[in-house]
Design a protein around this ligand. Structure first.
Ligand code: HPA
Length: 283
């Protein structure tokens, strides 16, 4: 399998976007990717249209428990939101460009901002399960990149700048929302590893020495693709566990998804306040 995208990536994106546009009716202003255990937020959107990933050309079905594998387009505070309930990952065997494909489709639909969320292990000592963390920057340790392969200049430049990969205007708005709804929003650097095995305690010590505050197996491919397409990004991690070696318990995906679900009320309150404001923040 070649890691690079097919030569007709642009046309495939157009085809997928056309189907979503056709089914959803309204053009989304905000794209949202909901990570493990966080998909329930999409159920709070109004006037929902639900499209299973399998019905969108080019989308691969998600095979991870806790990822429903649906695109939900609906309204929130007068804004149309396209929310992915689940995502695909490199560790499932997908090429990096395939992992970024849904985010690119959202960008093609004309979203003004992409909001990415995930479940993550807490590395920094002060982080506790249940904390919500604004991703301020990332360390990509996945060993690959969704832009590997031929670049289509219609999508973006060969060498995109990532010096503000997480948009500072969205960051300030996110803090305002957190204050309004009484969420103690943390901030930190997210390290993306390939997985699917969780890290060893030695790897966590290495990640901490490198400046990582949280660790997970997703998000960065979508963030790189959105930046490539000049779409501003905000990122939120739900800290679901102490990273390997920092707690007493062995790590399990079931516990990760359950802890993310426990954060549902605060996560929903934060996004419900933030998403309608996000469009104005980047106008
Ligand atoms: N490591 C990697 N990915 C994760 C973790 C973790 O501790 N928790 C949730 N996703």
């Amino acid at each position: 399998m070649s890691v690079g995208p097919p030569a007709d990536l642009f046309d495939r994106l157009e085809a997928a976007a056309a189907l979503v546009r056709d089914r959803a009716g309204a053009a989304p202003a905000i794209g949202l990717i909901l990570g493990s255990g966080l998909g329930g937020f999409a159920d709070s959107l109004g006037d929902r249209v639900t499209i299973p990933f399998g019905e969108v050309p080019g989308f691969s079905p998600s095979n991870v428990p806790g990822h429903a594998g649906r695109l939900v387009v609906g309204t929130l505070g007068g804004v149309v939101v396209a929310a992915m309930q689940g995502r695909i990952h490199c560790y499932e065997g997908h090429a990096p460009w395939e992992v970024a494909f849904p985010a690119r489709v959202l960008c093609k639909l004309g979203i003004r901002a992409l909001v990415v969320t995930n479940a993550a292990g807490g590395i920094r000592a002060a982080l506790r399960p249940g904390d919500l963390l604004r991703i301020s920057d990332h360390l990509d340790l996945s060993g690959t990149n969704p832009l590997v392969g031929i670049n289509d200049d219609r999508l973006g430049p060969r060498f995109p700048d990532l010096s503000a990969a997480y948009d500072p205007r969205l960051a300030s708005r996110l803090y305002e929302s957190a204050r309004k709804v009484g969420v103690d929003l943390k901030t930190g650097v997210y390290a993306c590893v390939k997985g699917p095995s969780y890290e060893t305690p030695a790897e966590i010590r290495m990640l901490r020495a490198l400046g990582a505050d949280a660790v997970g197996m997703s998000t960065v491919p979508e963030v790189i693709a959105a930046n490539h397409m000049s779409v501003p990004v905000a990122g939120i991690s739900c800290i679901t566990n102490l990273a390997a070696g920092l707690g007493e318990q062995p790590l399990s995906h079931a516990d990760v998804a359950a802890e993310a679900k426990r954060a549902h009320a605060r996560f929903t309150a934060l996004l419900t306040s933030f998403l309608p404001e996000a469009v104005a923040a980047v106008a």
